[in-house]
Design a protein around this ligand. Structure first.
Ligand code: MG
Length: 247
């Protein structure tokens, strides 16, 4: 668990978050029909390294790349490949981690490739709103599960399914730390949030079933029914009145 107490550490972790902000602002223009997810990975890795940071996913538990590139029915952990080429109408989530000045940050955006279906657009919109609703609850004195509940509520209202197999997490000194941050649950459970606690909140929202399968590569998580999945994630610092989003 990382609880920041000094302005010096706050500054350090913000500079790590800034690397991911930069990645997303640059990569968006690259997400066009015809580009492979391996090309996206190389592009992102270059941006991270040029920012005096290290790609946090590369080599993590053996993951071979700097981004997780998850297209359409892939929920998370898609491995970049020259065989996965984006086509008009696809959606792709790009999940990236950076380490800079001793601090890890972790974030994800789901992008559309050209013109996408209204179903896909709505899914992306709801997934983003789930993240926003979760972040709103990340205030000191609140209970951890209030974040979880807020996410579930937005998904439920939209008649979409929050994935329960994967959860958000503490981040900061390590890429994945305590506490786990589920994307569902009752309010009022779990630890009381402390000011300065760093969390990666990351709802994954499915169009159809919430159930997932893992492909034979051991990483790629796909929806069991083959329908679409969207994923948004930010690294945030719990604050007195509101969370600070650093990615
Ligand atoms: Mg994460």
């Amino acid at each position: 668990m990382t609880i920041l107490t000094s302005t010096k550490d706050m500054r350090k972790i913000r500079s790590s978050g800034d690397v991911l902000k930069k990645v997303f602002s640059y990569v968006e223009a690259k997400i066009v029909p015809g580009i492979s997810t391996l090309e996206l990975d190389r592009y992102v890795e270059k941006i991270i390294r040029e920012s005096d940071a290290v790609p946090a996913f590369k080599g993590y538990k053996g993951f071979p790349a700097s981004i997780c590139a998850s297209v359409n029915e892939v929920v998370v952990h898609g491995i970049p490949s020259d065989e996965v080429v984006l086509r008009e109408g696809d959606i792709i989530s790009v999940d990236v981690g950076a380490k800079k000045n001793g601090f890890f940050t972790d974030a994800t955006r789901t992008f559309s490739v050209g013109k996408i279906s209204s179903e896909a657009e709505r899914l992306i919109d709801v997934a983003r709103k789930c993240l926003e609703a979760g972040i709103e609850q990340a205030i000191a004195g609140s209970r951890l599960s209030n974040i979880s509940h807020a996410i579930e509520k937005v998904a439920q209202k939209a008649k979409l399914k929050e994935v329960r197999t994967f959860v958000g997490h503490g981040v900061g000194k390590n890429l994945h730390e305590a506490p786990e941050v589920p994307n569902w649950g009752e309010r009022g459970k779990g630890p009381v949030l402390k000011e300065g606690l760093v969390l990666a909140i990351e709802p994954m929202i499915n169009s159809g079933t919430r159930d997932i399968d893992i492909r034979s590569d051991g990483w790629t998580a796909v929806t069991r029914d083959g329908r679409l999945s969207a994923h948004f994630e930010d690294t945030i610092i719990v604050g007195q009145k509101e969370a600070e989003i650093i990615t």
